[in-house]
Design a protein. Structure first.
Length: 345
C-alpha cells in the first residue's frame, strides 16, 4: 500500500483506504479499481493523494490510531455539531461525549499507538476531518504527558470542537482557492471568539473546553490571536491544540500551499519552540506521530526502495519495493543497521 499523488496513480491500481464524506459516509470503498473516470471525478472533488495498491501486491495489516467505524462516527458527530451551531441549535453533547469516549477507548488502551496515517481530505470534508485528526493528535499528546483520563477527555472534546466558530465565517472567504487578503484573514481569525461563545453557552461543557477553542491560535511569544497572550497565560489545552492544529495543517496540502511531510512538519515545530510553541508539548507530539506514516515510499541507506506498511512507537515495518528483497517485510527498530534516508512520496 502506497500513498501517492493522483498524477502518479494509474488505472491498474486499487483504492487501499476508504474515502469518507464529511458526515462519515463511505464515498468509495477500499478495493475499488481506480479507473480514469474515478480518478477524474476525485480530482474534480479536490482530492490530491490516495492510498493505493496494485493487483497481486501482498496485503499487509496495520493498526490505525482509531478504527474506521470510530472515524465515521466522529466525522458524523463533528458535522452535526457544526450544523447545529450554524443553525443556532443546541449541540448534541451526548453524541460529542460518546465520540470522544470511542476515541479515548482506542487510544488509551494501546500503549504503542501513533498517529500514523495521512488522511484523504478535500474541500467538502476538510474541516470535519481536520477537527477529528486534531482531536486524535491532542489525545495522544495528553496521553504522552501523563494526563488523567478525565483531563484527556476534556482536552479531546475541546480539540474536536476547536474550529466550531468557523460556522460563523463567510463561506465565500473560507472557500477561496488562494491566500487570503489581510481583511479576509482578520475575518477568519474571529472564529476563535465565535467558537468560545458558542461553547461557553453550552451548559454541560466546561469553561476549559471553550478556552481550548479560544486559545488554539495563541503563541508563546504573544504573536498569536485573539488576545496576543504569552506562555504563562495560555492554558495547557490551548498549547496542546495549537501544536496539533499546526501539525495537521502543515501536513495537509492546499491549492496555494504544498503540504509538508510528517518529518518536515515535526522539524519545523521543533525549530519554532520555545518561541511559538511549548517545547514539552512539541516533544510529546513528536513522540506521538509517525515520522514516516503508513504508505510512505522511502529510500534506505542500502539504496533500496521500500514502503512503510506499519509503524508504532517501537518499530517501523517496511516492505521492499526494489532490489533482490522485493516484497519482503522487515522491522526497523531504533538500533537497526538499515535506516530510512529519504522519503519519496
Amino acid at each position: 500500500m502506497r500513498y501517492l499523488p493522483l498524477d502518479q496513480i494509474t488505472d491498474d491500481m486499487y483504492l487501499a483506504r476508504p474515502i469518507f464524506s464529511g458526515d462519515g459516509k463511505v464515498l468509495l470503498s477500499n478495493g475499488v479499481k481506480l479507473t480514469q473516470a474515478y480518478l477524474a471525478r476525485l480530482k474534480g472533488m479536490g482530492y490530491q493523494h490516495l492510498y493505493v495498491y496494485e493487483e497481486g501486491e501482498k496485503a499487509t495489516t496495520f493498526t490505525a490510531p482509531i478504527s474506521d467505524q470510530t472515524m465515521r462516527d466522529a466525522l458524523h458527530g463533528v458535522k452535526e455539531s457544526f450544523f447545529k451551531a450554524a443553525q443556532h441549535q443546541k449541540l448534541n453533547l451526548k453524541q460529542v461525549s460518546d465520540v470522544v469516549n470511542y476515541i479515548l477507548d482506542e487510544i488509551l488502551t494501546n500503549p504503542t499507538v501513533l498517529y500514523n496515517l495521512m488522511d484523504l481530505k478535500n474541500h467538502d470534508n476538510y474541516y470535519y476531518l481536520h477537527s477529528v485528526n486534531v482531536s486524535i493528535i491532542s489525545a495522544l499528546i495528553g496521553k504522552k504527558l501523563g494526563l488523567a483520563r478525565d483531563k484527556v477527555k476534556e482536552l479531546t472534546t475541546g480539540a474536536l470542537l476547536h474550529d466550531i466558530g468557523m460556522v460563523c465565517i463567510d463561506p465565500n472567504i473560507i472557500g477561496q482557492p488562494r491566500r487570503l487578503s489581510d481583511a479576509e484573514m482578520a475575518a477568519v481569525q474571529e472564529h476563535t471568539n465565535f467558537g468560545f461563545h458558542l461553547l461557553r453557552s453550552a451548559r454541560d461543557l466546561t469553561v476549559l473546553v471553550a478556552h481550548t477553542a479560544y486559545q488554539h491560535h495563541e503563541r508563546m511569544d504573544g504573536s498569536g490571536y485573539p488576545k496576543g497572550i504569552t506562555d504563562k497565560d495560555i492554558h495547557l489545552y490551548g498549547k496542546i491544540v495549537a501544536v496539533a492544529d499546526s501539525y495537521e495543517t502543515m501536513t495537509t496540502g492546499r491549492v496555494y500551499q504544498k503540504a509538508l511531510w510528517s518529518h518536515e512538519a515535526i522539524r519545523q515545530l521543533q525549530e519554532s519552540a520555545p518561541e511559538k510553541y511549548d517545547p514539552e508539548v512539541v516533544a510529546a507530539m513528536a513522540a506521538s506521530v509517525a515520522l514516516y506514516p503508513v504508505g510512505s515510499v522511502v529510500v534506505l541507506n542500502t539504496n533500496e526502495e521500500a514502503v512503510v506498511v506499519d509503524v508504532n512507537a517501537k518499530k517501523i515495518t517496511i516492505q521492499f519495493s526494489s532490489g533482490p528483497r522485493i516484497n519482503a517485510l522487515l522491522d526497523l527498530e531504533p538500533d537497526s543497521a538499515i535506516k530510512i534516508e529519504e522519503r519519496l512520496s
